[in-house]
Design a protein. Structure first.
Length: 234
């Protein structure tokens, strides 16, 4: 048997906390859907009609724990918050039918799709990928994951974000254009989903800037809070 010799020591596997447990969930990929609330699509200057959804990715090691301080990232002067419901895949599959999609979800969490908005918009204007605007270090704060066995499948309820106690985003999960089962089914027809895949399901209207010292709290009914403090610029 040949022993695999690694040129470099592998980096630690990114993981998510599990609510009420010492267990951890290994993160494989982070999928994000664009413009999945009609009011947010309008504020971004786009038609909210139910066109086919589009997705982008964040690296797994962009995950940040609840309560962490995230440094203000480099190369931006317009750093934004985006409150999101997060779904975590526990059972993999391909070509998953929509009516069976929720069987593949292990649990749900509160997330914040941190965004270098100026870089994202510049890339959009030039017809280029959003990677530098969305997939930078520590761009995916995610609170502990609640198992489906305890919280069910949230499809309605408040999703809210405050900055320093001031409400900035306030909507209902029922306003999602593309539902969680629809997103899972669509993604699985493009590639195999596997345990540890994470889906950030889109943000409501009201996105806006963060500055050093801000305390950002995302809250979703039944899933609790996610608190992130913005530290000094890197």
């Amino acid at each position: 048997m040949t022993t695999l010799a690694l040129v470099f020591e592998p980096q630690p596997i990114p993981t998510l906390a599990v609510a009420g447990s010492e267990d951890r969930i290994p993160v494989r990929r982070i999928f994000c859907i664009g413009r999945n609330y009609a009011a947010h699509a309008r504020e971004m200057g786009k038609d909210p009609d139910r066109d086919p959804p589009f997705f982008f990715l964040k690296p797994a090691d962009a995950v940040v724990e609840d309560g962490a301080t995230v440094p203000y990232p480099p190369q931006t002067g317009n750093f934004h918050y985006e409150a999101e419901l997060v779904a975590v895949i526990g059972t993999g599959g391909r070509d998953i039918p929509e009516e069976r999609a929720l069987d593949h979800v292990w649990g749900y969490a509160v997330g914040n799709d941190l965004t270098r908005r100026d870089l994202q918009l510049k890339a959009r204007e030039q017809g280029r990928p959003w990677d530098l605007g969305k997939g930078f270090d520590q761009s995916a704060p995610i609170a502990p994951v609640h198992p489906v066995a305890k919280v069910g499948h949230p499809s309605k309820g408040s999703i809210r974000l405050t900055v320093n106690g001031e409400v900035k985003q306030d909507a209902d999960l029922a306003e999602l254009i593309w539902s969680v089962p629809e997103m899972i089914s669509i993604l699985s027809h493009s590639m195999a989903l596997l345990p540890g895949d994470v889906i950030m399901t889109g943000t409501p209207a009201g996105v806006g800037p963060l500055v050093e010292g801000d305390v950002c709290v995302v809250s979703i009914d039944g899933l609790g809070d996610l608190t992130t403090t913005i530290g000094p610029r890197q």
